[in-house]
Every structure is written in structure tokens, then in C-alpha cells.
Ligand binder design. Structure first.
Ligand SMILES: Cc1cc2nc3c(=O)[nH]c(=O)nc-3n(C[C@H](O)[C@H](O)[C@H](O)COP(=O)(O)OP(=O)(O)OC[C@H]3O[C@@H](n4cnc5c(N)ncnc54)[C@H](O)[C@@H]3O)c2cc1C
Length: 323
């Protein structure tokens, strides 16, 4: 019996959320007195794979296959399920990232496993029950879910557990499961990036702005701040509804839900529907001219001030710092 964790790579590199998922899976393996295996799909170098040992993965299954170079939901789910069977995994952990949200239910179906997505804590074993706390109702509530199946699939919310080191020596093993043609009914042929900007769903830093910016012409300073920080840009719903910004930047209950390390909200009131998509960010900074704006109630840091004064000062300070 073991615990399996899927380690998602982007251009051959692992992001922080992967190390967090490995740390979380290692803690579950410790609770169960079992070992932790990671499964990596795509072209990742040996040194990068061995790095997973730092967070507790004693074995890394490496699937390097040209057919799987680009993300194919159904095929990746089959590979993860095959790895779980090979390792006799009792628990499979994924990050509840953009791709994790698509993979976790598919893996669960293939393994006839119970699934908890959006997990925020380690499972509790209570009188034979396997209980997992997860977010519910767009982050407005928590639910305790009991998994009763033999195999359990858990998708961990980014920033819910943190990265914890637990160094072991990781051995890397090539893994070549049989892949069926039926897993390739929809194939990504080419990825053409629309922009060079950081992609929002998995961004670790996000600069977001709302109707307080008054006009689409005022987004230059938001983009400049984001570029200086290496952050993605986001916006509130009315802003994308008015076509000030593309709909792909709309965050919240009806937009994308994100959990970056840092979310800077500029000229956004903090309506409950907006908070539903951003409140699990690790650190929230709010810049708003109205000291009564509801966003300040959930902010870690708040600046009461005019965005058109504060943001240029931030840009100036960042430039000075970088210089
Ligand atoms: C079913 C439903 C779903 C929804 N889903 C979403 C969703 O997914 N995402 C979402 O964002 N909204 C959503 N909404 C809309 C939501 O209720 C709010 O209307 C919206 O979030 C408000 O956007 P805003 O904060 O940009 O604008 P406003 O509410 O107009 O707030 C603008 C803010 O800017 C501040 N401000 C003004 N001038 C300045 C300045 N110079 N400097 C600094 N601050 C300034 C103001 O004090 C104010 O707080 C939904 C609504 C419904 C009914």
C-alpha cells in the first residue's frame, strides 16, 4: 500500500503548488505508515525529478512519451490510474489546479474511488472514518466529507497546506504504461500563446483591478505593475462585462477561482461574488479609496488611497528596488 501524488510540470519545471501537493501526500503517507511515490508525465530532467525527494517522495515514476508531451486529459488520467494500480496506492493526491480539476474526477472514475476536490486540511482518521475538510459553495463554507471507498482521490487547494521539507533519497524509475488510442480522441496539436503574459489560473502573483479604475484606458499602470512583479492580471466581472478587459481575466464566483500567493486588488469593492474566487489567496493586498470597502475585511494589508496616486508610487518604488 502506498500514496501516489501526481506532479504537474510546465515546460519541464515544477511549480510551488507541486511541492505543496508532495508535502501533503507525504504527510498522508506518514499517517498511514506507507511510502510516497510521485508520477511525472512529460519531459522533466533527472535532477528536477530527484528534487521531489526533498519533500518526501522516495520513488518517482517518470513517463516520458512523445504522445504525452502536451497535456491530454483522458490519457493523463489513464496513466495516473495505471500508476496507482502499479503502486497499489490507497490514496492518490493531485493539486486542485486548472488541469488537476479536470484530472481528479477522471482518475477517481477509473479507480472506482471516492473523490474530494478542494481539500484544505489533512484527512482525519476518526473511528475508522476517513474524513477530509474541503471548501464548499465557492469558498463560502467548508464541508467535511467521508470517503468510504478502498481507494481515495484528493485534490488539494493551492496554499492550503504549505510546502514542508521531509528529505529522502528519491529513486527515478521509467514507467511506460500501455496507452489506448481511445484516450486520444481530443489531441492538442499545437500551443500558441496569445501573449507572453503569465497565465492567470496558475499564477502565483496576481494584480487585479475593478471599476474603480474608471476606464479601460487606465490599465497601463496595472499592466506595468504586473510586469514588474512577474504577475498575471485579473479583473472584476463588471470590468470584463464592459469589455474593458478580456473575459479570461474575470475572477470570482462566475469567473475563474484562483489561489495565488499574492492577490493585489485595486479599485475593487470586494463583493461576495468576487471574494468567492479569490479569498483563498495566501496574502491579499487591497488598494481602495473608500475605507469602508468590504474588501478590507479580508485583506492582510490595506492601503486607503486613490489608485491613481498609490499605483504609480508602487511602480516607482519597485523600479528603484530592482535598479
Ligand atoms: C450572480 C452574480 C455573480 C457575480 N459574479 C461575479 C464574479 O464572478 N466576479 C466579480 O468580480 N463580480 C461578480 N458579480 C458582481 C459583484 O456583485 C459586484 O458587482 C462586482 O464584483 C463589483 O465590481 P467592482 O468591485 O469592480 O466595482 P464596484 O462595486 O463599482 O467597486 C469599485 C470600487 O473601486 C473603489 N474606487 C473608486 N475609485 C477609486 C480610486 N480612484 N482608487 C481606488 N479605489 C477606487 C470604490 O471605492 C469601490 O470600492 C456577480 C454578481 C452576481 C449577482
Amino acid at each position: 500500500m502506498s500514496v501516489l501524488v501526481y506532479v504537474e510540470q510546465v515546460d519541464g519545471k515544477f511549480k510551488k503548488s507541486v511541492f505543496e501537493a508532495v508535502s501533503y501526500a507525504k504527510a498522508i503517507a506518514d499517517i498511514q505508515g506507507s511510502s510516497l511515490t510521485a508520477i511525472s508525465i512529460g519531459n522533466v530532467g533527472e535532477a528536477e525529478l530527484k528534487e521531489l525527494g526533498k519533500y518526501g517522495a522516495s520513488k518517482v515514476l517518470n513517463v516520458s512519451n512523445d504522445q504525452l508531451k502536451n497535456f491530454v486529459n483522458q490519457a493523463y488520467a489513464s496513466v495516473i490510474a495505471e500508476a496507482a494500480k502499479k503502486e497499489s496506492a490507497a490514496v492518490v493526491v493531485l493539486s486542485n489546479s486548472f488541469s488537476g480539476k479536470g484530472l481528479a474526477p477522471r482518475v477517481a472514475v477509473k479507480l472506482e474511488a471516492g473523490l474530494v476536490d478542494g481539500a484544505v486540511e489533512l484527512p482525519k482518521l476518526d473511528g475508522g472514518q476517513f474524513l477530509v475538510k474541503k471548501t464548499a459553495f465557492s469558498g463560502k463554507a467548508f464541508a467535511i466529507t467521508e470517503l468510504t471507498s478502498a481507494i481515495k482521490v484528493i485534490a488539494l487547494n493551492p496554499n492550503a497546506f504549505g510546502v514542508k521539507e521531509s528529505a529522502v533519497e528519491a529513486t527515478v524509475e521509467a514507467f511506460s504504461p500501455e496507452i489506448k488510442a481511445t484516450d486520444f480522441t481530443a489531441i492538442v496539436k499545437e500551443i500558441v500563446r496569445a501573449t507572453n503574459k503569465v497565465s492567470l489560473p496558475d499564477a502565483e502573483l496576481v494584480v487585479s483591478a475593478g471599476r474603480g479604475l474608471k476606464s479601460p484606458d487606465n490599465w497601463g499602470m496595472i499592466e506595468e505593475l504586473a510586469n514588474l512583479l512577474g504577475a498575471a492580471t485579473a479583473c472584476s466581472k463588471p470590468v470584463s462585462d464592459a469589455d474593458w478587459r478580456p473575459h479570461s481575466e474575470h475572477v470570482g464566483q462566475t469567473g475563474i477561482a484562483i489561489s495565488p500567493n499574492l492577490y493585489i486588488a485595486i479599485g475593487i469593492s470586494g463583493a461576495i461574488q468576487h471574494l468567492a474566487g479569490v479569498s483563498s489567496s495566501k496574502v491579499i493586498v487591497v488598494i481602495n479609496i473608500d475605507p469602508e470597502a468590504p474588501f478590507f475585511k479580508v485583506a492582510d494589508y490595506g492601503i486607503v488611497g486613490d489608485a491613481f496616486v498609490v499605483v504609480p508610487k508602487l511602480i516607482e518604488a519597485l523600479k528603484a528596488h530592482k535598479g
